[in-house]
Design a protein around this ligand. Structure first.
Ligand code: SAM
Length: 291
C-alpha cells in the first residue's frame, strides 16, 4: 500500500521528525484519512484536466492527493515552519506550487493567472482553518476568481448555515451572502476522528458552485446585504420591527410600512421566512424611494 501522508503513522512520523507543535491560533487540524480526502476530491470534480487551488496545505495531506488527481496544485500556506516540511513530504511531485502567503491578503486572481493557462478549469479545494472560514469564503466569492467551484471542509454548523433553506434554524444573512454568489450544498458530514489533533466541533464538506450571475437583480448590493442583516438582527422579532430599529435614523415607521406594502411583503412575517427574491424586491423598493 502506498505510504500516503494522510495516515496516522506517517503524519506522526513527520510531526516527530520536525518536532512540529500545532498552532491552535492557525486552525491546524490535519487530516489523517485518505478515504475522506479522496471523497473531497471526487465531490470537487477534480481530474487531470482540472487545476486546484488549496488553502492551508499543512504537512501536505490533501496537497498530495490533489497532485495525484489534478493537473497542477497551487497551495497558499501562512505558517513559515511548514515550508521546509512540505518541501520534504511533497518532493516526489513536480506539479505543486507552494505560495507562502496569507490567503486573506493574497492577490489570488493574479497568482492563478501566473500558474494556469487561461480558460483552464480550476477548483478550490481545502480543509480550511476554522477560525477564518467565513472571511476566506466571502473573499473568494467576492474576488470573482476564475474558478468553477469551491469544495471545503468546514465546521458543520457553518456549512449548514451557508447551504440553508428559508424557514429553518440555520437560515440567515450568511446564507443569503453565500447563495447570492454560489449554489451551496453540504455533501457529507465528517467525524472528528479523521483529524489530528481532533477539533472540538463537528465538520462537514461544503460544495459551492460559482454562479455566472446572481439569481436575483439587486440595485445596490451593499444596501441589500445590510438590509438582510438587519432583517435577522433579532430572529424572534417581526421583519417590520427589525427594519424599524435598523432604519430608525433614516425612515419613520410610516415610511417603512409603505415600503413593505409596496414590496408586497407582510411586515408581520419574520426575516427567516423571506427567500432571496423577496429580500431583493424589498431592498429595490427602498432604493427606488431614495431616488
Ligand atoms: N490541508 C491540511 C490538512 O488537511 O491536513 C491542513 C489543514 S489545517 C485545518 C489549516 C491550514 O491552514 C494550516 O496549515 C494553517 O497553517 C493554514 N492557515 C491558517 N491560516 C491561514 C491563512 N490566513 N492563509 C493561508 N493558510 C492559513
Amino acid at each position: 500500500m502506498t505510504n500516503y501522508i494522510a495516515t496516522p503513522t506517517r503524519t506522526k512520523a513527520i510531526l516527530n521528525k520536525y518536532n512540529f507543535a500545532f498552532k491552535k491560533s492557525l486552525g491546524q487540524n490535519f487530516l489523517i484519512d485518505v478515504n475522506i480526502l479522496q471523497n473531497i476530491i471526487k465531490h470537487a470534480g477534480i481530474d487531470k484536466q482540472t487545476g486546484a487551488i488549496e488553502i492551508g496545505p499543512g504537512i501536505g495531506a490533501l496537497t498530495e492527493q490533489l497532485a495525484i488527481h489534478a493537473s497542477k496544485v497551487v497551495a497558499f500556506e501562512i505558517d513559515q515552519r511548514l515550508l521546509p516540511i512540505l518541501k520534504d513530504t511533497l518532493h516526489d511531485y513536480s506539479n505543486i506550487e507552494i505560495v507562502h502567503k496569507d490567503i486573506l491578503k493574497a492577490n489570488v486572481v493574479e497568482i492563478i493567472k501566473e500558474n494556469f493557462p487561461s480558460n483552464h478549469d480550476i477548483h478550490v479545494v481545502a480543509n480550511l482553518p476554522y477560525y477564518i472560514t467565513t472571511p476566506i469564503l466571502m473573499k473568494l466569492v467576492r474576488d470573482k476568481l476564475p474558478v468553477s467551484s469551491i469544495t471545503v471542509m468546514i465546521q458543520k454548523e457553518v456549512a449548514e448555515r451557508m447551504a440553508a433553506k428559508p424557514n429553518t434554524k440555520s437560515y440567515g444573512s450568511l446564507t443569503i451572502a453565500l447563495q447570492y454568489y454560489t449554489e451551496a450544498e453540504v455533501v457529507m458530514t465528517v467525524p472528528k476522528s479523521v483529524f489530528m489533533p481532533q477539533p472540538n466541533v463537528d465538520s462537514a464538506i461544503l460544495r459551492l458552485k460559482l454562479r455566472e450571475k446572481p439569481p436575483v437583480y439587486v440595485e445596490d448590493e451593499d444596501f441589500f446585504f445590510n438590509m438582510v442583516k438587519a432583517s435577522f438582527a433579532q430572529r424572534r422579532k417581526t421583519l417590520q420591527n427589525n427594519l424599524k430599529s435598523y432604519f430608525k435614523d433614516r425612515y419613520d415607521k410610516e415610511t417603512i410600512n409603505v415600503i413593505l406594502e409596496k414590496s408586497g411583503i407582510d411586515g408581520q412575517r419574520r426575516g427567516e421566512s423571506l427567500d432571496m427574491s423577496e429580500f431583493a424586491q424589498l431592498a429595490n423598493t427602498f432604493i427606488k424611494r431614495e431616488r
